[in-house]
Design a protein around this ligand. Structure first.
Ligand code: CAA
Length: 259
């Protein structure tokens, strides 16, 4: 299948590799890209030869978040009624084969959330993680407020979500967000070696292992994500969301009015 915003390939006939491919926009996750990502994930999940999937970006960015340009003028009606932005994000949760995020460069906002939706993250030493939505007058809207505390604990999650600061790969590893950090030029070798190893194990055991580890975390996650979704949508009714995104698009400092 031909894609516009991602590329796909297989490695060793057993691993599906999906590369996010909007380099000029730092792989900003537009609705169209997320549709393609969902299609590619489902295709690899359905392919009997494939035992594991790797999602990656480029050296500078895994993904710098949802596409701010596309979101900037959305209203509450757009995002709530049509579930814009986040509609196609939950596909990844339904993928039964393991999905590894191989992250180099920025993994911010929806980029960090996408990485966290994967089963584990292998990071290059230049990776930077963060949830900077607060700077745009919104909050994380693709599970970040729920998955980040589960991964790194409340204190660091609050720090990251409330300040919008980035953490580097070393801090992310120490906090438990990433499973391993490797030199940038070894990132794909390491991720593919892990994926090939997983692909070599019994498919049902691998799927069961994934399902069980996820059970440990998913108690109230669905409620939490839905709660987050409603508030994320509600923020599109505020003037500060318009101001924050307009300021980003026009490359000027934001002047929030708390309205
Ligand atoms: N959406 C759309 N375009 C983006 C983008 C995004 N999330 N992030 C970067 N870009 C674009 C920039 O506008 C710029 O485009 P032009 O060349 O056409 O001007 C290009 O990518 C390169 O970006 P910068 O010039 O800003 O690169 P930099 O190296 O100076 O800075 C950065 C890199 C710190 C990542 C900066 O781009 C940035 O802060 N990006 C926004 C990060 C962000 O706020 N993410 C959260 C989005 S909201 C979200 O994700 C909601 C959700 O939870 C679902």
């Amino acid at each position: 299948m031909a894609y516009e915003f991602i590329t796909t390939r297989t490695e060793g006939e057993k691993v599906g590799v999906i590369t996010l491919n909007r380099p000029k926009q730092l792989n900003a996750l537009s609705p169209a890209l997320m549709v393609e990502l969902g299609q590619a994930l489902k295709a690899f999940d359905a392919d009997e030869a494939i035992g594991c999937i790797v999602i990656t970006g480029n050296e500078k960015a895994f993904a710098a978040g949802a596409d701010i340009g596309a979101m900037a003028t959305y209203t509450f009606a757009d995002v709530y009624r049509d579930d814009y932005i986040t509609r196609d994000w939950e596909t990844i949760g339904g993928i039964r084969k393991p999905v590894i995020a191989a992250v180099s460069g920025f993994a911010l906002g929806g980029g960090c959330e996408l990485a966290m939706m994967c089963d584990f993250i292998i990071a290059a030493d230049n990776a930077k993680f963060g949830q900077p939505e607060i700077k745009l007058g919104i909050i994380p809207g693709a599970g970040g407020t729920q998955r980040l505390p589960r991964a790194v604990g409340k204190a660091k999650a609050m720090d990251l979500v409330l300040t919008g600061r980035m953490m580097d790969a070393k801090e992310a590893e120490a906090a438990g967000l990433v499973s391993r950090v490797v030199p940038l030029d070894k990132l794909m070798d390491e991720a593919l070696a892990a994926a090939l190893m997983i692909s070599g194990y019994g498919r049902m055991a691998v799927m069961a292992a994934k399902e069980c580890v996820n059970k440990a975390f998913e108690g109230t996650l669905a409620d939490g994500v839905m709660f987050e979704r409603r508030l994320f949508h509600a923020l599109f009714a505020t003037a500060d969301q318009k101001e924050g995104m307009d300021a980003f698009v026009n490359k000027r400092p934001a002047a929030f009015k708390n309205q």
